[in-house]
Design a protein around this ligand. Structure first.
Ligand code: ATP
Length: 328
């Protein structure tokens, strides 16, 4: 670690919460203490930065949180931060509190905000990818994705009990916004008949064909996992169209919703958050800025924020092929 001149690093969580954010905050705070640098926690993301919601954090302030979902600093979306005036107020908070570096834990929207702030005032910052959607370029996994995946898988397992007992077809919607990571992962892990993701241009006829094949192969029930961003229709529309085509099917719909956001972080998410928290503080103390820390092939990597924002994390199309083979 080179000599550094940062006095106090601020840490905040922004955008949607995700399990493992607490573990990341803990890692940031303790790494600051390790390198004898002060650390301040900013509540409610950029909104709290505008309103001077700042408190000093030491190693003991973050005890007993590694295992907790959500974020103890709280998170928010801030319309004011999108304006120059809002960011000016946020800058005044940094001046008042002697904060000269920022660690931003959030999704790509939060990184856009951090970048705008950096361009305005030149305060160094490092981004840590925290979102269940896994849609950020520059890291194989984002903090919270693994937990959400496990939660979705467990929920689908339970629904399967009902599907098999009643010979039902279930359409299950999982989160992920425009990305199909949660659908693909939880669909394969729970043995879904079909997985519909926005990245693949499906048609309703492909789905019907798959259901027909499934019936011919002797299956009495089916699980169709649908990403919330699926373009051919939402779960209710898909269920309606399927009922019209196959009136004898007993069809049910389940939207998993916010249960996928909460819960204690998985072991993988805690480890990822711990590693990225340490890496972020080490990067900023090393004079780096305007980058995101991520993990690729189990190694820490730095990605320029503009690139993390501009590019997309692609789903592995090979997994769709595997799911098709195994659904025979
Ligand atoms: P998630 O993926 O979980 O939704 P996110 O970080 O993408 O997380 P957003 O709501 O998109 O969440 O962004 C968080 C906040 O970042 C916004 O409420 C806003 O304050 C700030 N922000 C986003 N884009 C910009 C921008 N272009 N300029 C300034 N601030 C921005």
């Amino acid at each position: 670690m080179s000599d550094h001149s940062l006095k106090k690093i601020g840490v905040l969580t922004s955008g949607g919460d995700s399990p493992g954010m607490n573990a990341a905050i803990r890692a940031v705070v303790r790494t600051c203490a390790y390198y004898k640098t002060e650390c301040a926690g900013i509540s409610r993301g950029f909104e709290g930065l505008i309103h001077n919601e700042v408190r000093e954090l030491g190693p003991r302030s973050v005890r007993h949180i590694i295992n907790r979902g959500g974020t103890f600093l709280k998170t928010a979306r801030s319309e004011r931060f999108r304006t120059k005036e809002g960011r000016e107020d946020a800058y005044q908070t940094l001046i008042k509190n002697d904060i000269d570096g920022l660690i931003i834990i959030g999704g790509d929207g939060s990184f856009r905000g951090a970048k705008a702030f950096y361009e305005d005032f030149g305060i160094p910052f490092i981004g840590i990818p925290g979102t269940i959607d896994n849609d950020i370029f520059g890291t194989d996994y984002t903090i919270g994705y693994d937990t959400a995946l496990n939660t979705a898988m467990e929920a689908i397992d339970r629904i399967r009990d009902s599907a098999t007992s009643h010979n039902r077809v279930f359409f299950i919607e999982v989160m992920g916004r425009d990305a199909g990571f949660i659908a693909l992962g939880s669909g394969i892990a729970s043995g879904a008949q079909e997985i519909l993701v926005p990245e693949r241009k499906d048609s309703i006829d492909d789905l019907f064909k798959s259901l027909e094949e499934s019936e011919q192969s002797g299956k009495k029930s089916s699980i169709i996992v649908v990403s919330e961003g699926e373009e051919i229709g939402n779960v209710y529309e898909l269920a309606k169209a399927t009922k019209e085509k196959f009136p004898k099917y007993d069809i049910r719909v389940s939207v998993l919703g916010y249960i996928q956001r909460g819960g204690n972080p998985s072991c993988m998410d805690r480890i990822l958050a711990s590693r990225l928290g340490v890496a972020a503080v080490e990067a900023i103390l090393d004079g780096k800025t305007d980058i995101m820390v991520g993990m690729r092939s189990n190694k820490i990597v730095h990605t320029i924020i503009a690139e993390a924002i501009r590019k997309q994390n692609e789903i592995d199309i090979e997994l769709l092929r595997i799911s098709k083979i195994l659904a025979i």
